[in-house]
Write a protein that binds this ligand. Structure first.
Ligand code: 5AD
Length: 375
């Protein structure tokens, strides 16, 4: 596909400087993507296949301009609490899949989760993301009680849940408990590709049903996919862009696939950080108000991945607030970036590196700016 390396080479590729203009077709498509918030399948394919040199510079510049128009210099921080790595599912790519008997399992107690929030609140976080595997040992009632407790203790915060596929009734129960947002990556926009990434028994239609329910229940809803997952071609990426342009989520989680050696996909190559950056930019131009994190996986592949994600149009960073003792156990993939925000110092460092690229991390819930006209 585009750019030079599909697999991860460890190189940091910089777009070559130069004065050559972007090609006219590419530039015209970017204009239309910004104006209409969508393109046709073939047009997305053209963008995907021509992301290089001056085209790529145009793409990143436009994405950063759109981000500034909607959100100014503001970057939102989320405190990520990975509260359980037990999971009943067996996704072929994921290090905490049920079949990985070598994963060391843990589950935080309600008190431990609340302690993470307390620390996060003091550090200035106003959104907490409670993320975990689909853990039958953590009852829905217990999770709802945690949400209620967080909202009672810190009424000016938003709570985001990311705990996988549930029934509509359970989602409604979480919503009534006070959860504001829900992240559920769809993983891929086609049922056929979904079947290649998941075992029999998991189906794409249910994933879609979940996303629809979440939206109807009034959650700010996030979907997303991995870049460079096994069997993904440019055609699948074009489908991802089409799907996002239709669903128009409030949040989108996009990160490179990174193999975990204790999974069936352990020997597949990692996705490309460069392709991830190009997709972030296209998504920002297409869904102007979207809350778009520069993900941990991107930060794992590139030393300056989070900053480059922001420069490509991302506007959210999700530092880890999980206790240090469990952090290396939530291993979805190998070499996962461990740096968290255990200390005020680490948050300060992050803020400083954002300032260096002209951005400002703010103390704010960071809701989606629905008041801004999207298309
Ligand atoms: N590489 C990158 N991302 C992964 N995820 C799971 N396993 C991997 C991996 N090996 C992502 C999935 C999931 C999210 C929590 O993490 O997209 O939805």
């Amino acid at each position: 596909m585009l750019l030079h390396d599909r697999g991860h080479s460890g190189r940091v590729l910089h777009t070559p400087a130069g004065d050559a203009p972007a090609d006219a077709v590419f530039a015209g498509l970017i204009d239309r993507l910004e104006k209409n918030g969508t393109l046709g399948r073939e047009e997305f394919l053209y963008l995907l296949r021509n992301c290089r040199g001056a085209n790529l510079r145009l793409l990143f510049d436009r994405a950063a301009t759109v981000r500034r128009k909607v959100y100014g210099h503001t970057i939102f921080l989320r405190g990520l609490i990975e509260f359980t790595n037990h999971c009943r599912n067996n996704c072929l790519y994921c290090g905490i899949r049920a079949g990985n008997t070598r994963a060391e399992r843990y589950r935080l107690s309600a008190d431990e989760i609340l302690a993470c929030c307390r620390q996060g609140y003091e550090l200035g976080f106003r959104t907490f993301v409670l993320q975990g595997g689909e853990d039958p040992g953590f009852a829905d009632e217990a999770l709802a009680a945690v949400v209620r407790a967080v909202k009672a203790a810190y009424p000016d915060t938003a709570v985001t849940l990311s705990v996988g596929e549930r029934s509509r009734e359970v989602y409604q129960f979480f919503r009534q408990a006070g959860a504001d947002r829900y992240l559920l990556r769809h993983e891929t926009a086609t049922a056929a590709h979904y079947r290649q990434l998941h075992p029999a028994g998991m189906d794409w239609e249910n994933r879609m049903r979940c996303l629809q329910d979440l939206r109807e229940l009034g959650f700010q809803t996030g979907c997303g996919f991995m870049v460079g997952s096994p069997f993904q071609r440019d055609e699948e990426l074009a489908e991802e862009l089409l799907f996002l342009s239709r669903f128009r989520p409030e949040m989108a989680g996009i990160g490179p696939f990174i193999p975990h050696y204790q999974t069936p996909f352990g020997s597949y190559p990692a996705g490309s950080a460069e392709v991830t950056l190009a997709l972030l930019a296209m998504i920002r131009i297409m869904l102007k108000t979207v809350l778009l994190p520069a993900t941990t996986a991107l930060g794992t592949l590139l030393p300056d991945g989070r900053e480059r994600g922001i420069l490509a149009g991302a506007n959210v960073i999700m530092p880890n607030l999980s206790p240090e003792s469990v952090r290396e156990k939530y291993l979805l993939y190998n070499n996962k970036l461990h740096t968290g925000c255990e200390a005020a110092e680490a948050v300060e460092q992050l803020k400083q590196s954002l300032r260096q690229i002209g951005c400002e991390a703010v103390i704010d819930r960071g809701d989606c700016r629905k008041d801004f006209c999207d298309v």
